[in-house]
Design a protein around this ligand. Sequence first.
Ligand code: NAD
Length: 494
Amino acid sequence: MNSYQYHVRHFIDGEYVDGVEGKTFETLNPATNQPIGVVAEGTAADIDRAVKAARTAFDEGPWPRMKAEERARILRRIADGIERRQQQIAEREVADTGVPISQISKGAIPRAAYNFDYFAEMTHRVTGESYPVEGEFINYTVRRPVGVAGLITPWNVPFMLETWKIAPCLAFGNTCVLKPAEWSPLSADVLGRIVQEADLPPGVFNIVHGFGETAGAPLVAHPGVQMISFTGETTTGMEIIRNGAATLKRYSMELGGKSPTIVFEDADMERAMDGALWQLYSLNGERCTAGSRLLLHRSIHDDFVGRLAERVEAIRVGDPTDPRTELGPLIHPDHWQRVTGYVDLAPQEGAAVLVGGRRPEALPGGNYLEPTLITNVRNEMRIAQEEIFGPVMVVIPFEHEAEALRIANAVKYGLAAYVWTRDNARGHRMAHAIESGMVWLNSHNVRDLRMPFGGSKYSGIGREGDHYSFELYTEVKTVHVAIGDHRIPKIGLG
Ligand code: NAD
């Protein structure tokens, strides 16, 4: 009989509840692969219960009818609750995901609180358009909440990504059911307590835990749900769109990536090196916007790779609860297999594993992997085309700007890109021509929440953030008002 540290239940209609069918599953600590929590395993019956609660809260409850300022006050209280419980959330997240504590507590959790503060402000910024027509009409638009949202999230930085969806969804007066990823259910669980303490009306926010096929899929297919905001793998996104067709869902899709970091010969090499390293090896390399293809100008290639290799070797791999750790264990043994599968593929494709690629000798348990640097890579190789989602960087040389651009774009994804050059004109030229939703010039991924977030090509559909979130979470209604006696054609007069 296992004694678990964490007992996670669904959160439905303002209360923590067991699953209808009483099923459970275990969650593992990636540093040991020991079970640390037992989690309610949701099925279609739980989803139905949660959607009904969200539906009632939307159709009959106060939330969509509240004044914006009242909703904003509750959202700010949720932000405060996250700040008060920062340590508890961070501990759970590290235990669940293996991402180093320094990166969770300094980055992901403060950002989660900020998501609520930010969208509290946005409740006041829902605008409309108005067009007067020659003294006859005033036509205008209003934005109304849509209804019930299904929010489906992945396991990398789960708490930040969950709140990134919940905050705008609630800000505009919708209600929702969150289905967190099955490999990382622990931190979301704290949100139930936080929303209770913030006096969010029951049913406005619900959580059903469980697996994609048995809990996520019924949420997507449920006729009581109008929209799905999904973050996860591209193939899952495709499946969700297929499954939501019969109930005509609207979607936001934040999907996978294989983003280039491009370093030109005139770049500030020190900063480019820092940026390239952080952008791939932080968050254990499990980040959608990872700069996972490093494109280096031929003239700097050997020198850059030499110094990069020294830095990669020096990355501190270890216990994610240790504040000095820079790279923790991968989330799950299955994911470790997948990532190391790509490392094994590299020599078969003709590439060279220059650094890492194996389990560190000092860390025999858990899902640890040495930070890995692969050279002699051609962009056509699978290791350069497919999302590895781990601490594995592939390096590709280029001769000139046009070739850098061609390589950057010759991939099915289009999420992010990072360009390092001191030539401003070239930087902007590249930024405009690269096929991706976001480009950072001379910077790693520093988010500005006023800017839209999302990807092009196979990396996603739609943008979220600031007023871009209105597109998903509000319904635009057009109102035509006659203010004069415009001509009405007469029929039926014989
Ligand atoms: P995943 O697609 O396996 O799972 C994501 C979520 O979808 C989980 O909650 C899962 O249970 C659920 N799910 C799976 N099958 C489903 C189905 N048929 N119906 C409904 N729900 C289903 O992704 P993951 O492995 O958890 O996360 C890693 C992926 O997420 C990577 O591809 C990464 O690039 C992507 N990601 C993208 C962004 C972005 O903003 N673009 C951010 C973070 C992660």
